[in-house]
Design a protein around this ligand. Structure first.
Ligand SMILES: Nc1ncnc2c1ncn2[C@@H]1O[C@H](COP(=O)(O)OP(=O)(O)O)[C@@H](O)[C@H]1O
Ligand SMILES: [Mg+2]
Length: 332
């Protein structure tokens, strides 16, 4: 994986929203790459900008959003500059998406089969019979029992877990090179969640797609991802391989997420390890945005934003503790 090529490259992406309460800096100057055949985990508490980032890649941002700067390179083209008409050939074909809420991917008025036919017709130019064969085969491969029967059903006739599988099947029809999975199992119960995660892993082995896996759940990330990027308040604060991030978390926010996870597992009744909440994006603090919640906070953290430091092993962290060995912290 280490030497594989980049399939997606995001540079200096900045997305703001104009709201009643002021400018919301939802995604603020983030850069990362997705490599071929890898699963990249994007993790962070709710409201950190994960979904907005993913919607920008899909060119599905709300019209209220303004992209202030940045580029999203896919096959040497900047997605942000591709016309909607042309991007329709990419979205749902080369880049697929799986959401938390499967009902939002399906139209309640059409059967699963009709919706699969629509995808096969538009992107693969298949006939109705060919689409049916392909759709049923794909449903079988994602573990849907009696796929012939399911093919004729409407979305509301299926359970949440089954519909989630159907959405995955729908997205795999075109064998997309990139799959974006945004909290794909959050709404499912634990057993079904494990099944869907296993399913996604085996699909990747079979089809070799790249996956951006978005979640607030570190446990899920450790199972799924090859590399992990930690997002906090519109910024990527730490990037590394899954092994590195779990063995050597560096950013106090990442450490806090780890600690919260351990406490949850032991069903500890004490408060979560990270005090406070994610600040609202209209009122991010100066300096490091994590500073009001950080137990290592010093003056410089409130004044200046830390830049990204490479601490080796492709491990990057944005925190003053690691700038020049932390010596910026000494004089205050
Ligand atoms: N349509 C919108 N209008 C205004 N603000 C928005 C809109 N969509 C998202 N945001 C803001 O962007 C920030 C990031 O949201 P989101 O990407 O959904 O977070 P996450 O997926 O990490 O939970 C949030 O503070 C949210 O309020
Ligand atoms: Mg989200």
């Amino acid at each position: 994986m280490k030497n594989s090529k980049n399939i997606l490259e995001i540079n200096n992406l900045k997305i703001y929203f104009k709201t009643f309460e002021g400018i919301s800096k939802a995604v603020d100057n983030i850069s990362f790459v997705l490599k071929e055949k890898e699963t990249l985990g994007l993790v962070g508490e709710s409201g950190c900008g994960k979904t907005v980032t993913n919607l920008a890649i899909m060119k599905l941002l709300n019209p209220k959003a303004t992209i202030l700067s940045g580029e999203i390179l896919y096959q040497d083209k900047n997605i942000l500059e591709i016309e909607e008409e042309d991007f329709k050939k990419v979205r749902g074909k080369e880049i697929g998406m799986i959401f938390q809420e499967p009902m939002s991917s399906f139209d309640p008025l059409y059967t699963i089969g009709e919706q699969m036919y629509e995808v096969c017709k538009t992107h693969l130019k298949l006939s109705k019979t060919e689409s049916r064969d392909k759709g049923i085969d794909m449903m079988r491969r994602v573990g849907i029992p009696e796929p012939e029967k399911r093919y004729e059903q409407y979305p509301h006739e299926m359970s949440g877990g089954m519909l989630q599988r159907a959405m995955i099947a729908l997205n795999l029809l075109t064998n997309p090179r990139i799959l974006i999975a945004d909290e794909p199992t959050t709404a499912l119960d634990v057993t079904v969640q494990a099944q869907v995660l296993n399913l996604m892993k085996s699909i990747q082995e079979e089809f070799g797609n790249s996956i951006i896996f978005i979640t607030h759940d570190l446990g899920v990330i450790s199972e799924m991802a090859d590399r992990v990027h930690v997002m906090y308040a519109g910024k990527l604060v730490e990037k590394g391989t899954t092994e590195e991030i779990f063995k050597e978390p560096k950013h106090p926010y990442t450490k806090g997420l780890m600690e919260s996870k351990i406490r949850r597992e032991y069903k500890s009744k004490t408060l979560p390890y990270i005090p406070g909440t994610v600040p609202s994006p209209q009122h991010f603090p100066d300096g490091c945005r994590f500073n009001p919640r950080c137990s290592f906070v010093r003056n410089i953290c409130k004044e200046e934003e830390p830049h990204e430091i490479n601490i080796g092993n492709d491990h990057l962290v944005s925190c003053w503790l690691y700038v020049n060995g932390g010596n910026k912290l000494e004089d205050n």
